[in-house]
Design a protein around this ligand. Structure first.
Ligand code: FAD
Ligand code: UDP
Length: 371
């Protein structure tokens, strides 16, 4: 059978490109994934108790892009959901991002927003040029709160001190002087009404798309006569680690089901201090499912294992730049997604990037022949 495109990876990057190439451009697409399911890290499923869980940790959709939202809305309805997270600090559960209630309940104070602004200004350490995740936090709120909320969590999650990570990492988390306790402030915040996997199934339901799961690119590429490839796996793996391995952070999840309807007050509790895990997620808050039982996952960070996070720091950016130059010089192969372009991207950014990649690909002649 002949295909116009081979797409490696059925996460958001690969699935959006498969859908656009098949439905919009009329191309025949072979989409493969080495996992036995679609959706990449956004995959969700019903566990043994019948609770809808995210197998690879909590995925909350949020975006400021009307284009991304309206594109995805072709494949799902949405349920309104605004994410709220608590941090377990000094024996208390307090809002993160740090806001007025966080500081007042942590210290038993009753500051006003203005007073909190002044307090932060007194605590803040001057930093001439903000380069690292330590800089970005201590320059706003000082070292005491940095150590309580950021240093331990970051060391656990990344295996690195915040001083070793780009400012963009901890910079994802704002600091507020008001009582807004939402994790994200994007204009659009919602969850796919019937889950992510259903969204992907709808997206990929097209006669021009052939989906093969449990298939690794490295095992099949020898038997394919390949014209154009879209590759959304790790870019260094594609080039057989020619310049050395790009570092990724991996995760392990312990999933538990409890015989109660609710385990914790919000979907996610972060543990920046004493526990071995970074966060605990209770999925029913995200999905809105009613069920007499509830399922949670405990998230542990790992140095080895499946790649989940590119690690933003200067030496990794320099190594990626070498792979990027090689990728740019490799005709007929297009790299996309969080692993393919080594970017700490959220889902909406991956969808936006895939739509932009499609705009570039459109019109280019291509073919793949499966022997
Ligand atoms: P992936 O989803 O990783 O898909 C890549 C696919 O390629 C995988 O399925 C993999 O099996 C396959 N593959 C790789 N190599 C090969 C090969 N050689 N052969 C065949 N198949 C291969 N984003 C948000 O917007 N909100 C969130 O709340 C959020 N939470 C997150 C929580 C966690 C724990 C993690 C890890 C990520 C989170 N993200 C979140 C980010 C989100 O998961 C990604 O932006 C998005 O899923 C990336 O899509 P992708 O297609 O680039 O990659
Ligand atoms: N972070 C932290 N403490 C927290 C939450 C976040 O130190 O309670 C830092 C940490 O370095 C983390 C980064 O901010 O990796 C980004 O957090 P986010 O919740 O966006 O991470 P993700 O959901 O992508 O794992």
């Amino acid at each position: 059978m002949t295909f116009d495109y081979l797409i490696v990876g059925a996460g958001f990057a690969g699935s959006v490109l498969a859908e656009r190439l098949a439905r919009d451009a009329g191309r025949r697409v072979l989409l493969i994934d080495r996992r036995r399911h679609v959706g990449g890290n956004a995959y969700d499923e019903h566990d043994a108790a019948g609770v809808l869980v995210h197998r690879y940790g909590p995925h909350i959709f949020h975006t400021n892009s009307r284009e991304v939202l309206s594109y995805l809305s072709r494949f799902t309805e949405w349920r309104a959901y605004e994410h709220r997270v608590l941090a377990s600090v000094d024996g208390k559960l307090v809002p993160i991002p740090i806001n007025l209630d966080t500081v007042n309940s942590l210290y038993g104070w009753s500051l006003t927003p203005e007073e909190l602004g002044e307090y932060f200004a007194r605590q803040a350490e001057p930093v001439e040029r903000i380069r690292t995740s330590e800089d970005v936090v201590v320059s706003k709120i000082g070292r005491t709160l940095y150590e309580k909320f950021f240093r331990g969590y970051t060391r656990k999650h990344w295996g690195l001190d915040p001083a070793q990570l780009d400012a963009s990492v901890a910079g994802r988390i704002p600091v507020r002087t008001d009582r807004d306790d939402r994790y994200f402030t994007d204009e659009y915040q919602c969850m796919p009404l019937h889950g992510y996997t259903r969204l992907f199934e709808n997206m990929l339901d097209h006669p021009n798309i052939t989906l093969e799961l449990g298939v690794d690119y490295r095992d099949v590429i020898g038997s394919l006569r390949v014209g154009e490839i879209v590759y959304t796996g790790p870019v260094d793996e594609f080039f057989e680690h020619r310049f050395g391995r790009l570092p990724y952070r991996s995760l392990r999840f312990e999933h538990e089901t409890y015989e109660v309807a609710q385990h914790q007050p919000v979907a996610v509790i972060n543990y920046p201090q004493d526990r071995p895990y970074t966060r605990v997620t209770e999925y029913k808050h995200l999905t809105g499912q009613s069920h007499p039982r509830t399922s949670v996952s405990y998230e542990y960070a790992l140095a080895e294992g499946e790649p989940y996070y590119p690690i933003p720091r200067p030496e990794n950016a320099a190594l990626y730049a070498r792979y990027k130059a090689l990728a740019d010089a490799t005709p007929g192969v297009h790299f996309a997604g969080r692993l393919g372009t080594y970017r700490y991207y959220n889902m909406d950014q991956v969808v936006g990037q895939a739509l932009a990649t499609y705009a570039k690909l459109r019109g280019a002649p291509s073919w793949v022949h499966v022997a």
